[in-house]
Structure formats: C-alpha cells, structure tokens
Design a protein around this ligand. Structure first.
Ligand code: ZN
Length: 538
C-alpha cells in the first residue's frame, strides 16, 4: 500500500473506485497528442491499467511467498491480505470509469496499426474487461463461496474415495458454471464461453475436431506400444539421486537453456509452478525426490520454458497488461517444447549425459546414453494424469474434455459420471480405475470451478511441434547446437517470433502468424510416430 500513499492522485482514484464520493472528480488538464490527435483517454486508461497490473503483481508475489516461504501460521493473514488486494484489483478494473475510458480510448485509437502496442493493448483490455464485467457480482460471490467449500469437500472426498460426498458440490458447480456461461455468452456450444477464459478465441468445435483426429491416431499407437510393454526398464531412474546434486544439476541446465537468474530464481515448493511480477522478475519452483530423478529434472526444464517465455516480453510492453503469455495453451507449448522436444531428445543428452554421470557417479555407473534415453522416454498407460508420459498424456485430457461437455450439455448426469470416466479409461488407455480416487476424483480443477481449462494442456502439446519445426527450418543447425549444449539460436528465434509479443495476439492468430498454418493434430502425431516408432521398434 506504500505506493498508493506516496501518490495522492493514485490513492484518490482507488478511493473513488471503491465507491468513495467525498472528493470532487479530478480534472486532467493535459492532452497528449499522437499524430495530431488528442489521446487523453488512452493515456488515462494506461495509467489505470498499470495500477491494475501492479495490484495483480503484488497478489502474485504474496501467492509465491505463501507457497515458498510462509510459515503455516501465516495462512490466516495471507488470506485476508489477498482478499483485500483482489477486491481492490476487481473494483479498479471493473469500475464504470475503466469502461468509459476504454470506450473513449478505442475511439481515439481508430486507425492505429493492428500490430501497434496501443491497438493491441486496447484489444486485450476489451477482452479482459468484458470477461470481468459480464458476470453479475452476486454470481461471482456465489462461485467464490461454493468453490472454496467444494475444494475442502473434494480434498476430503478424494482422501476417503467417497464420490458421493463430492457429487452435490459438483452438481452445484456445474449449475453455477452454466449460469456463468449464459452471462459470458456463446453462439454454438456452452463450452465456448468457458474455454475462452483460458484460450481466447478458441472454439469447442475446433478443439473437438482436433481431439478426434488425435484420438484416432494415438489409441492404436498406444496399443502398439503396450504390446511391447516390458521392453524398456526405467529402474535406473529410481536409484538414489541425492537432492543437493539434483538441485545443482537442475540450476546448471536451466541457466544453460537461457533462463535468466538475474531476473528470476529457483525455489522449492510442494506443487511446482512459475509465477511472475513483471517480465524482469519471473520465478520458478520445483520439488525433489531422491529416488525419482525425472521429477525435478524435467519439472525444472518445464518451468524454465514457461519462465523464459515470460522473461522474453519486449521491453516496450514491460510493466503493461500486454506482458506475459498469449494463453495457457501457448504457454504450455513453450514448457513442453523445452521439456520434451529439447529435454527428452537424444541430442540434448549427447551433451548432458556425461555431465549427469559426473554429478551422479554411483547410480549411473555403467549406464550408457541409449539406456538412459529410453528410460526417460518409457511409455506406460496409467490412471493418473500428472504422472503420464508424453504419449498417453493427451488421452487423459481428451477424456476430461468429453466428460465436461457431456455434463454441461445434459448427455451425462453427475450420478453416471464416474462410470463414464472409467469406461473411457478402459476404451482409450486400456486401464480401468479400481477406485474413484484414482479416477474421477483425482484432479483439483472442477472443485475450483475451472471447467474449460483442461484442453489447454493438449493444445500446448499440439502447437509445440510446429513451433520447433519452424525454428529448425529457419536455422537447420539447431539440432547440432543442442547436441553441443548451445541453445541461443533456438531461444533467440522463439523470442523474436513468439515471446516478445506477450499477449498481443490471440493464440490461434499467433500460431498462424508463426507457422503459416491452422492448428492441426498431424505434426504432433507424426512426431510421436517417428520418435516412439524408433524407441519401441514399431
Ligand atoms: Zn506447464
């Protein structure tokens, strides 16, 4: 709050946004000029959006501290602090004054080039503002109340394998979500309104078509691999890998990939994540298990991918709502690109495997590169999404997407949902959950009201391959550079083509600008067939 108190004008605006009417409205005397036209409203809007952005950054910092540093006793204070900041943020952003300035600024900015920072800021702000203001305050409050209770109920239900205890909460969340979708608006499918919150502009029919294509190709591939089960042994990864050495190795890899520790840091957290408070302070976390090497190793590379994307926003949009990532799907395309296409490639380990062996001489004694490469790419159909490998992961997502749509559109009841879940696991992955705990109760998302979120994981996988292929087409030396531990050309290309734009373009728009194509499942399928055909001798 110190920043507000040092700036009386800002503080006054916060008071007014919060409904305080004791002070007469301020008059702004100056009128900035752009190409001979007055852009007074655009300037005022930017000032307001910067404050909104700063409040969000402060909340994120409190959230980071909560998961990394805070003593357990601090939870009660932290919840109150976060509630205050989020109230200020919501009030300032959704105030009528913001809407008035936005409309006036849109009129002022007519004729600006589409790609310009100002025109892009207005497009992004319009999308965010409409999302934030379309929902009635009472519905937002009810969603907040129900999801916080539902989260507790879900955690307990999962621990006790008791779907019946979670069912009424799921029903209530679905009802509220249907109401929310009605307010947000959609033309074709209910889900369109929901996915738009995470993947702006994406349509359900397009996702369904991509997923059908993917499913038709992946199910036979998974069956062929399953027939080779036992061919690859990954027990070398479950030997003793001391945590301190894991951390040192992870830091070395992240630095070498290009994650900038001058503008970031790596800490421990129970659930690994990336967060940021502006492109010059993007932090990552990981967790270590001494008897499972891939967890922190690939987790650190994954989060570094998210973080390098955010660190790469152009300086001109730093500190504005345009910095950051275009969508969750584009974000995941970057974490997956670095984790899987780079970090699980043979070329990458040609350089790093001797270094890994030097860091862990005992568990890797006598292990050769090829054995290690196969072990980190072992495929195993399983019940739990977060433990799934590169090949089976998408099926976990497709199952959730189909069930969410069936529930929302009335083809499936909450009573029948667990059986539908289990039947799909059996049909697509050849495994049947023996309990709901390992089935429909495993994910946190629905209890938090996050319906429409899951597809972004698979969209990220699908987009990662054409992005990588495009970079290699522009710079054919990239694979050889990776084998020498050099990543500057790849990172530079990603910065120039994707990272610097921040949130300027909608995901499908950015994808088409970079690749020249519409999103398709085929490049990803071809990549899987090639890589795993070789590993499993198919
Ligand atoms: Zn991720």
């Amino acid at each position: 709050m110190r920043d507000f108190l040092n700036n009386p004008d800002q503080f006054l605006r916060h008071l007014q946004a919060a409904g305080y009417t004791g002070v007469p409205p301020q008059t702004i005397a100056r009128c900035p000029i752009w190409k001979g036209a007055c852009v007074e409203h655009l300037t005022q809007l930017k000032e307001r959006l910067t404050e909104v952005h700063n409040l969000a950054g402060a909340s994120a910092l409190l959230g980071w501290d909560q998961q990394v540093n805070m003593p357990p006793g601090g939870a009660i204070h932290r919840a109150a602090q976060l509630a205050t900041l989020s109230k200020l943020h919501h009030e300032l952003f959704t105030a009528e004054e913001t809407g008035r300035l936005l409309e006036a600024a849109e009129a002022e900015a007519q004729g600006l080039p589409y790609d310009s920072d100002d025109a892009s800021l207005l497009r992004v702000t319009r999308h965010d503002y409409d999302l934030a203001t379309k929902l009635p305050t009472a519905l937002v409050a009810e969603l907040t109340r129900v999801t916080s209770l539902a989260h507790e109920a879900w955690a307990k239900a999962r621990a006790n394998d008791d779907y019946a205890a979670f069912k009424p909460w799921l029903k209530q969340i679905l009802d509220l979500t249907l109401q929310a979708a009605g307010h947000l608006g959609y033309e074709d499918r209910i889900y369109d309104a929901l996915i738009d919150q995470y993947e702006p502009g994406m349509k359900t029919a397009q996702v369904a078509a991509l997923f059908d294509e993917l499913k038709a190709a992946q199910i036979p591939l998974i069956q062929a691999i399953a027939a080779q089960r036992g061919r690859i042994d990954n027990s070398i990864l479950k030997r003793e890998y001391p945590e301190a050495a894991q951390e040192a190795f992870g830091r070395m890899v992240a630095r070498q990939l290009g994650y900038d520790f001058e503008r970031g840091r790596l800490d421990r957290a129970v659930h690994p994540f990336t967060t940021g408070f502006g492109s010059n302070d993007i932090r990552i976390t990981t967790r270590y298990e001494s008897r499972w090497l891939p967890g922190s190793l690939f987790g650190t590379i994954h989060e570094s991918g998210h973080a390098m994307y955010e660190q790469g926003s152009a300086a001109a949009i730093s500190g504005t709502p345009l910095e950051g990532g275009a969508s969750l799907g584009i974000h995941e395309s970057q974490s997956r690109l670095w984790e899987n296409l780079v970090g699980r490639s043979r070329a990458f380990w040609m350089y790093f495997f001797p270094r890994l062996q030097a860091a862990f001489p005992a568990p890797l004694e006598g292990v050769d590169l090829d054995t290690f490469y196969r072990a980190i790419n072992r495929v195993e159909p399983s019940l739990i999404r977060v433990e799934a490998d590169e090949v089976t992961y998408n099926l976990h997502i497709i199952i959730r997407f189909e069930i969410e749509n069936d529930l929302l559109e009335g083809r499936l009841s909450v009573d029948d949902a667990p059986e539908a879940w289990n039947a799909k696991y059996e049909g697509y992955l050849g495994v049947r959950p023996p309990t709901n705990r390992e089935g429909i109760l495993q994910d946190v998302h629905w209890s938090g009201g996050m319906i429409g979120y899951f597809p972004t994981y698979t969209l990220g996988n699908l987009m990662s391959v054409p992005f990588f292929d495009k970079a290699v087409a522009a710079h054919p030396a990239i694979p050889d550079e990776i084998a020498r531990g050099e990543f500057g050309t790849l990172l530079g290309w990603l910065r120039d083509n994707i990272y610097r734009h921040g949130r300027k373009y909608q995901p499908a728009e950015l994808y088409e600008r970079v690749t020249g194509e519409k999103i398709s499942a085929q490049p990803y399928v071809a990549y899987l067939r090639q890589k795993y055909g070789e590993i499993y001798d198919l």
